[in-house]
Design a protein around this ligand. Structure first.
Ligand code: ATP
Ligand code: MG
Length: 721
């Protein structure tokens, strides 16, 4: 594509931003106004116009998926492959830097990224080693504390102590945590960023090298940048590099994780010569959707203030469905989605968004029941599944015996007679000797620290790891390596013995891991299959579930509102709009928290292109208890004329538990609510609920076996008793 064609796809303001020759550029604009598009086109334009080379551009996106999409778009625009590009998340880029300069960063070549589960386990271990009970100091609190310190760029030694026991203890734990991570070659997410930042500060010549190399830094979703990320960028940018940042203060939704929206405002002062561009035309949503989004966000005070408009059509009103309960909400959503798919909508263009991860289960059940394929984006991620983590832990330990977290995870999986007591002994030895658990194992065997039986079991385990290493060292392909480890470790057999669907799914997942590694290309820095395996393991922890989304058949998308940032779908179902759930009860009574919830609502609404459907449930069973919440204030903030209530209940009554209209007759069936019925397959039960009429009439029956089912009256052959 020529330079001119490239610019043709932009409006005048966007074009001005793309072509800007200002030293620094800040694009401040609302949702769907083309910020990401401007960023992508600017990269392509800089290269096409000869102002930058693919090697001199560094672009930061918010998710790995966004990075892949941006790469794809640039390749399309430039019609060249994008191998050399540095496009990724802050974490991904930091990982790449640390791998390339591991010695300078004082890390082993095969350092591993720890995810938050590994991190929590390590913290628990430290607490038990320090004899601090979980009641006095909660492991999650420690985790939060450590992550927060790292996000602020603070090492343990700089944590100030006020002489109170709790703060001092947190500091001591942090000190110990740093020691253990360093010794085992483990790096948590916050550490990636902190260490990449220190890499600049402590190695001016390395910094100078990258400042020479890069000419342009570009950042998407700048409103959610945290302190350490910004510091890293600032140091890299120095006073030479050109920065382009795009963001929307109304979409700042990670304040709870340390993101600082004020950075958008300070940027201008930190980088003199910043040119500000505002984009106000929205290209994504219908006018109805945009008006609703504008009306909701208008309730937040102290905004930078933007006025979004669209040339697009008014579109359908926003649909609102009041469900009886969460089951009804899920069923309604699944039915509507089925209707859309039957009408020709591509499932990929449909999304269900919710506030909390736990809401997905009921929705999933309804989708499975309706046989609608779905994927959960960023939820129960493939690499977070137990069996995958076990397999990955074997691989990690094979590559690095000092990886204590991996060793602890699998030392007795599958069960091989190594009890907690043995592990506890190893911990004590490791602490006394200042060594890893693996070395502690060797020591314990040599010095007869353990009972004969325990020592034998441990020795077998250590031999197994050594054997596995030998078995895979000469294999020429990652897939074969992982397959060998899955089988020879006994993991496959272990899960095959598990009864039912669960075991089967786990075996399938292990097989899926083999396919995942087979399609892993790595980069050219890996010169042996073992090195490639190391790269894969690093990415597996970073990338988490992103990978799965690309591989499956057409399917609808389920995700939390937080994961939906930057994405767009023709059809959006925003579910669970109840006070207490959304806005979340934890944030409802704190003004700052409530405003962040409202921004989240704004993000959710503005994901929709053609149609938005909102639902709420009058009663909801969640986290094991039943609640009755009123409709969310965010729904009430949408002007009535933009909303249209969906009424499926023309001939519908409420569940018996509401005590209403119990004796209402249902079309054609001669049945009434509360009546006892018999089904040829499911047996006897009580009629709970009904809706629709004629051929569409459906009833909900609570069967005596404990199941609850919706049945089409026409086919169900229900017999009144
Ligand atoms: P968000 O704030 O949600 O991240 P954004 O500002 O990054 O949104 P984009 O995702 O870049 O917005 O653009 C929104 C949609 O509008 C995309 O589908 C994009 O292709 C389209 N779009 C943007 N600008 C134009 C344009 N000038 N002409 C046609 N379509 C456009
Ligand atoms: Mg965007």
């Amino acid at each position: 594509m020529t330079v001119l064609n490239l610019l043709d796809q932009l409006n005048p303001e966007q074009r001005q931003a793309v072509e800007s020759d200002a030293q620094h550029l800040l694009v401040l604009a609302g949702a769907g106004s083309g910020k990401t598009r401007v960023l992508t086109h600017r990269i392509a334009w800089l290269i096409a116009a000869g102002l930058a080379s693919p090697y001199s551009v560094l672009a930061v996106t918010f998710t790995n998926k966004a990075a892949r999409e941006m790469r794809g778009r640039i390749e399309e625009l430039l019609e060249t492959p994008s191998h050399g590009f540095w496009i990724g998340t802050f974490h991904g880029l930091a990982h790449r830097l640390l791998k390339a300069h591991h010695e300078t960063a004082k890390l082993p070549a095969n350092f591993q990224v720890m995810d938050s589960d590994d991190q929590l386990r390590l913290i628990k271990r430290i607490l038990s080693e320090m004899n601090i009970s979980d009641e006095r100091v909660q492991p999650k609190q420690v985790q939060w504390f450590i992550n927060q310190q790292k996000d602020e760029g603070r090492r343990a030694q700089y944590v100030t102590s006020h002489g109170d026991w709790y703060q001092d203890t947190l500091k001591d734990i942090y000190v110990r945590y740093e020691e253990l991570c360093q010794r085992s070659g483990l790096v948590d997410f916050g550490e990636l960023l902190l260490r990449a930042h220190e890499l600049w500060l402590e190695n001016p010549e390395l910094l100078a090298h990258y400042q020479q190399r890069f000419t342009h830094l570009l950042v998407d979703e700048f409103q959610d940048i945290n302190t350490i990320q910004y510091a890293w960028l600032q140091v890299l940018a120095g006073n030479k590099l050109s920065m382009t940042i795009v963001g929307d203060d109304d979409q700042s939704i990670y304040g709870w994780r340390g993101a600082k929206v004020e950075t958008i405002q300070t940027f201008e002062h930190d980088f003199p010569g910043t040119h500000i561009v505002r984009l106000e035309q929205n290209y994504r949503s219908t006018a109805a959707i945009l008006d609703a989004a504008n009306a909701v966000i208008a309730n937040n005070p102290a905004r930078l203030g933007k006025n979004l408009w669209t040339e697009g059509e008014r579109g359908d009103p926003i649909r609102l469905y009041a469900a009886f309960n969460e089951q009804d909400e899920a069923r309604f959503t699944a039915d509507e989605i089925q209707r859309l798919i039957d009408g020709g909508t591509n499932p990929n263009d449909i999304a269900i968004l919710y506030r909390s991860n736990a809401q997905s289960r009921v929705l999933e059940e309804a989708l499975i029941h309706s046989q609608i394929p779905y994927r959960i984006y960023g939820g129960q991620r493939f690499y977070e599944r137990l069996e995958i983590r076990n397999s990955v832990a074997y691989l990690r330990l094979i590559l690095n015996r000092q990886d204590d977290a991996a060793l602890e995870r699998i030392i007795n999986v599958p069960t091989r007679g190594i009890g907690n007591k043995t592990v506890e002994t190893l911990r004590v030895v490791a602490r006394d000797q200042g060594c890893s658990l693996w070395q502690a194992g060797l020591f314990a065997i040599e010095n007869s620290v353990l009972t004969k039986r325990a020592a034998n079991a441990l020795e077998d385990f250590m031999l197994l790891i050594a054997d596995l290493e030998e078995a895979i060292t000469d294999l020429d392909e990652l897939g074969k390596m992982v397959k060998t480890v899955n089988e020879a470790s006994g993991l496959i057999e272990f899960h095959e013995k598990e009864k039912g669907e669960k075991g089967r799914a786990r075996v399938e997942n292990l097989q899926e891991l083999v396919s995942a590694v087979q399609s892993f290309a790595g980069n050219d820095e890996a010169d042996t299959p073992m090195a490639l395996l190391g790269q894969f393991l690093g990415e597996a922890s970073l990338d988490a579930g992103d990978r799965q989304a690309d591989e499956f058949e057409d399917s609808i998308n389920l995700m939390t509102l937080h994961s939906a940032k930057g994405l767009e779908f023709d059809q959006v179902f925003l579910v669970g709009l109840e006070e207490g759930l959304f806005p979340h009860k934890m944030s409802m009574n704190d003004p700052g928290g409530l405003q962040e919830e409202r921004r989240l609502a704004y993000v959710g609404i503005t994901r929709a292109r053609h149609q938005l459907t909102l639902t709420y449930a009058e009663s909801r069973r969640l986290f094991g208890s039943e609640t009755f919440n009123s409709v969310s204030r965010f729904v009430r903030e949408i002007p009535g004329e933009l909303l249209s209530e969906v009424r499926l209940r023309s001939s519908v009554s409420r569940p018996v538990s509401f005590g209403l209209q119990q004796d209402m007759a249902i079309d054609h069936a001669g049945l009434s609510l509360g009546q006892r019925v018999r089904h040829p397959m499911f047996g006897e039960g009580t009629l709970l609920n009904a809706e629709g009429g004629g051929a569409q009439a459906r009833v909900q029956v609570s069967f005596d076996d404990g199941s609850e089912r919706w049945l089409m009256v026409q086919y169900a052959k229900l017999e009144g008793l």
